[in-house]
Design a protein around this ligand. Structure first.
Ligand code: AMP
Ligand code: ZN
Length: 139
């Protein structure tokens, strides 16, 4: 896609620091370097995000993660890593070509903070929600 920054990177029209490439995916360093080694993994096919991704593209993309994550861990010496994917603006997506962030973690307060609010479980509500999602998967 012409005015997609990641398509431009894939096409070699704008520079990037490539980490891994094959005919289906590309991994390169994120320009923001939230922590040292922050890497993005993208499908070469232009797809907006996981919500619009085919199973085949997802299978290929996600299959590349473990090897890339292990290499990044070794190269940086980071003891831990967040693997993050944002879908749509409300969830923090700013580039609308699907991508997975690999963010090496070095210590607390190292540039990224992930907090999940927790609620007391209401198992009746949870049961209904699970049923509803399950129905959608089958439809
Ligand atoms: P997201 O907010 O999940 O859509 O992530 C988009 C990411 O793309 C951000 O972390 C940006 O720093 C990164 N980014 C934007 N432009 C470039 C670029 N030209 N090269 C590398 N990373 C980029
Ligand atoms: Zn694109």
């Amino acid at each position: 896609m012409e005015n997609c920054i990641f398509c431009n990177i894939i096409a070699g029209e704008i520079p990037s620091c490539k980490v891994y490439e094959d005919d289906q995916v590309l991994a390169f360093l994120d320009i923001s370097q939230t922590t040292k080694g922050h890497t993005l993994l993208v499908p070469k096919e232009h797809v907006r995000n996981v919500l619009e991704m085919s199973e085949d593209t997802a299978a290929t993309l996600f299959a590349r993660l473990p090897k890339l994550a292990r290499a990044l861990k070794k190269a940086t010496g980071a003891p831990a890593m967040n693997i993050i994917n944002n879908n749509e603006e409300l969830a923090g997506q700013t580039v609308f070509h699907a991508h997975i962030h690999l963010v090496p973690r070095y210590h607390d307060n190292d540039g990224i903070e992930i907090k999940y609010t927790t609620h007391e479980p209401d198992f009746e509500v949870l049961g209904k929600m699970a049923e509803q999602i399950s129905r959608e998967i089958q439809s």
